[in-house]
Design a protein around this ligand. Sequence first.
Ligand SMILES: Cc1cc2nc3c(=O)[nH]c(=O)nc-3n(C[C@H](O)[C@H](O)[C@H](O)COP(=O)(O)O)c2cc1C
Length: 200
Amino acid sequence: MKNEKMLHKISQGMYVLSTQKAACFVDAVSQVGGGDHPLISVAVMKKNYTNEVMHNTTHFAISIFGKNNDGSIIQTFGFQSSRDVDKFKDVESIEINGVQIPADLVGYMYLEKIDTIENDTHTIFIGKVIEAEQFKEDEAMTYQYYQEHKEEVLKLKTESGKTAWVCQVCGYVYYGEELPDDYECPVCTVGKSYFVKQTK
Ligand SMILES: Cc1cc2nc3c(=O)[nH]c(=O)nc-3n(C[C@H](O)[C@H](O)[C@H](O)COP(=O)(O)O)c2cc1C
């Protein structure tokens, strides 16, 4: 079995990816070119609604999640789908050409999509940075920090009296006595072996 913890040690950040009418939480962001308009790649799961919308839009934004940001942002953007909810309903935001950008994070980059690469599970979207602004002074949270402090960051309080299964990759909580053998995390798609049972 592959040790998922090794992937957590790749030094990635924590971001909100937003485009017109869809947004999700991501960590798979890299700088892949420099110069006046640096190139940034973001890998988006094909099952995500944001992936579908990204194929049909020309611009997107990547906002940086800071160590002092509220973990509810991760739940809002990462644990539910834009298919079902308006993720910006209770989130203060600014807007650039129809792309909503959370106003309470460290800052953002606004990009023009220039290329896409498809693999089995993800599309890698590559964008050229058009503008970037900082909203506040804060240290960016790394994916490794999140993995090691997930309960604290998400203020994970599983409901007492209920048996909960917590996904060790993304923090998603499933309530139920038993997790079906073929269960797949609805957020990050890992299987049953990545869930840890908690009974309070
Ligand atoms: C910490 C964290 C990191 C995530 N990283 C990614 C990622 O890099 N790429 C991705 O496609 N989804 C990632 N996700 C999952 C999406 O945010 C999630 O599936 C979301 O509900 C998709 O929403 P949508 O259907 O509105 O696009 C991550 C979730 C969490 C909580």
